[in-house]
Design a protein around this ligand. Sequence first.
Ligand SMILES: [Zn+2]
Length: 118
Amino acid sequence: MKTSEILNQHGIATTELRVAILRLLRRAQSPLSYDDMLKKLKANKTTIYRNMQLFEDRGLVSKTELGGKARYALSSKASAHFVCNVCHGVHAINMPLFLNGDVATSAVIKGICRECAR
Ligand SMILES: [Zn+2]
């Protein structure tokens, strides 16, 4: 599906920046923080913040707090993440499958990453 169609489906008007944000989220392997987005987008933090609020209100993205930072991922993307207690690194992991048929949409597992455990 085209990025602009996804925006329309959620009742969000298409702008160049919104398309750029959504493209970034669609390609992302792990949830993105504002800093991640600022590096890739030609916009200031306030503008990105306002758009993320709108995306969240319309159910397009879900917000999670990982390593003390707000991070965003597409709601349609089931996501499971490992967060290191020491370096706050975030790694995408495969979503566990539940034998009883429950469908998980997000999971955060905390621990110590390989680098920090050395
Ligand atoms: Zn670590």
